[in-house]
Write a protein that binds this ligand. Structure first.
Ligand SMILES: Cc1ncc(COP(=O)(O)O)c(C=O)c1O
Length: 436
């Protein structure tokens, strides 16, 4: 039986309805001691004891199937044996020395650069938001222009620097303080598009704004992540590429959620055959070890010394994991796995929804980035329903999370290595929760 990532194959096993007594105790201490700004424990009210592959064990010994992957980070499963070995090797050598080069640093650089379809330079950062901030700085520095074009419902991080670009309603309430010279236009969200010809009308709006303002860069998610796993129509990235070229603006593709194989391509922009100017990478490349980076066209490398410094950038443990991740994806043909299992999962989600859901819905996605949007017959968002689904699925032993401007999209973002039977069992639980 195939078990690439060492998952617990007979998951889920729910011994006590979550949250069990030990989880409740730990959650209570967390609530007393940690910030009121916490988000995720409001949905997954359990405390974790251990994680293995595509499965999680809580402190009450419940075992869950993980369709969340720590928000699309653990692409190769928790404690994947080959990632553990890479970490162990590096930890025996050293784990921090800023930008001073080492063998692991150059090995990683060689491998990551080969994954891009352009001659790149790499700037290391620490988090996704840090990478986005650096990418925007590079675009502004190179073009001498001030504005960034972003899209409605985009998520690029919520640091003070990225809040201007993140236009998702849940973050908008923080935005008045962090404008950051941003102009935003609608993303081609076909299920809720106000235009007749969604793609072309969005592209003409983009062109109008880029022509009218001094736009240093067009910052775009090739598939919107937090916005609801929205796949734009074919031709969108190509259209943006043409507009950027026409008006001497740079195309920044944010691959933080869609990258590292999640859509069935190493980078989602490959699906449109475009060549970006700047790419941001985080999440899956470090498998949970905080490392991120910006890859940019070599001819944009006119950056002055100490342009974007940071104590922890290019951490050797992250580099070791990053290299092992790229090797693993190649060795086990993970991209083809994601395409075929992703198509199977999407088809099953559609069938289950057709058989069991009476309102309007949309099942969409690429690879292991699948969104299921829930609405009533008049397309009003069913946000409460989705919150209930998350709770019901957790009780049955599957960890699944939401997305979307109305919080009415469930998203499938399991590790790319999930054993097939855990995928099928999760789908059965999804159907059961839906029926309830
Ligand atoms: C597309 C995209 N960009 C940027 C970020 C921000 O990354 P981080 O949370 O590491 O700052 C995220 C996080 O979800 C993301 O999905």
């Amino acid at each position: 039986m195939e078990n690439l990532d060492g998952s617990i194959l007979d998951a889920p096993k729910i011994k006590v309805t979550p949250p069990g007594p030990k989880s409740r105790e730990i959650l209570k201490i967390q609530e007393e001691m940690e910030t009121s700004a916490l988000n995720y424990p409001k949905y997954f009210n359990i405390a974790i004891k251990e994680a293995r592959g595509s499965t999680i064990i809580d402190v009450d010994d419940n075992v869950y199937i993980d369709w969340f992957a720590g928000v699309a980070v653990i692409n190769l499963g928790h404690r994947n044996p080959e990632i553990v070995n890479a970490l162990k090797d590096q930890i025996e050598k050293f784990w921090h020395y800023m930008e001073i080069p080492s063998e692991i640093r150059v090995d990683f650089l060689k491998e990551i650069r080969e994954t891009f379809n352009f001659d790149s330079k790499i700037l290391f950062t620490t988090t996704g938001a840090d990478a986005v901030e650096a990418s925007v700085k590079i675009a502004r520095w190179n073009t001498g222009k001030r504005f960034i074009l972003s899209f409605d419902n985009a998520y690029h991080g919520i640091t003070a620097g990225t809040l201007g670009f993140t236009t998702l309603p849940s973050a908008k309430k923080f935005q008045p303080y962090y404008d950051n010279n941003v102009i935003s236009v609608p993303y081609p969200y076909e299920y809720r598009c106000p235009f007749k010809d969604c793609l072309n009308e969005v592209l003409s709006l983009v062109e109008y704004e880029v022509k009218t303002h001094e736009i240093a860069g067009i910052l775009v998610e090739p598939v919107q992540g937090e916005g609801g796993y929205i796949v734009p129509p074919k031709g969108f990235l190509k259209g943006l590429r043409e507009i950027a070229d026409k008006y001497n603006s740079l195309l920044i593709v944010d691959e933080i959620q869609s990258g590292v194989g999640r859509t069935g391509k190493m980078w989602a922009y490959e699906l449109e055959g475009i060549v970006p100017d700047i790419v941001t990478v985080a999440k899956g490349i470090g498998e949970g070890i905080p490392i991120s980076l910006v890859a940019y066209r070599k001819d944009l490398d006119k950056l002055p010394q100490a342009f974007h410094l940071g104590t922890y950038r290019g951490n050797p443990l992250g580099l070791a994991v990053g290299k092992a991740t790229i090797d693993y994806i190649k060795k086990y043909d993970i991209l083809n796995r994601v395409v075929s299992l992703g198509e199977y999962a999407k088809r099953k989600f559609s069938e289950i929804m057709e058989d069991n859901y009476r309102g309007s819905f949309d099942v969409r996605g690429l690879g292991f980035m699948i969104g299921i949007e829930f609405s009533d017959e008049k397309k009003n968002p069913m946000s409460e329903f989705v919150t209930k689904m998350i709770r019901n699925m957790l009780k049955e032993g599957v960890i699944m999370y939401k997305a979307g401007i109305y919080n009415n999209v469930l998203r499938f973002m399991a590790p790319l290595t999930i054993p097939r039977e855990l995928l099928s069992r999760g789908l059965e639980i999804f159907e059961k929760a839906l029926k309830e």
